[in-house]
Ligand binder design. Structure first.
Ligand SMILES: [Zn+2]
Ligand SMILES: [Zn+2]
Length: 177
């Protein structure tokens, strides 16, 4: 009953749901921009309030990876996880690794009643990985110069040692007869 009362179907709420559904894990600013295409005079506060209410009711899911702003999605209730790119912040859905029930069963629950397991896989997306590759090989070429200088010194030292050994051998030959 309370749930029905809270979920009044208002035009801004419908616009927020459709914006979140259409965009891929949008942040608040992206949702506001999209809602304004449908309702030009909608206020920031109305969109904020709609996002919070719809998230509280479980109609939207709010995620906030560390270091990121809050993002929203309409795929709720399945405890799916996310891949996050460290470079551009792209967020991609990924299903539970071993199944919903097992992911919600930690090795020790410490008496908690657990209803959600939040797993974030961090990495670099394919686009960012392909654009950053050339910079790394340039650094590697510059670092190769110093080991060669060390090797040259080592060769000189060997040459001195070889002379010393030859000299001693010559002395021994002279002394033996
Ligand atoms: Zn990326
Ligand atoms: Zn998602």
């Amino acid at each position: 009953m309370l749930r029905d009362a809270a979920l009044r179907i208002t035009k801004p709420r419908l616009a927020v749901i459709s914006a979140v559904d259409r965009l891929a894990h949008p942040d608040t600013e992206s949702v506001i921009a999209a809602v304004r295409e449908a309702i030009p005079d909608v206020s920031h506060q109305t969109v904020y309030d709609s996002l919070r209410t719809l998230s509280d009711l479980g109609i939207l899911r709010r995620i906030q990876p560390a270091g990121s702003v809050a993002r929203y999605e309409t795929r709720t209730g399945d405890n799916h996880h996310h891949l996050v790119c460290r470079s551009c912040g792209a967020v991609v859905d990924v299903d539970c690794a071993i199944g919903e029930t097992i992911c919600l069963t930690p090795s020790e629950d410490h008496g908690f009643q657990i209803d959600e397991a939040e797993v974030v896989y961090w990495g670099v997306c394919p686009q960012c990985a392909s654009t950053s590759a050339p910079a790394e090989s340039a650094d590697g070429a510059g670092a190769a110069a110093s080991p060669e200088a060390v090797n040259t010194d080592a060769v000189d030292t060997d040459a001195v040692n070889t002379d010393a050994v030859n000299t001693e051998a010559t002395k021994l030959k002279v002394a033996s007869p």
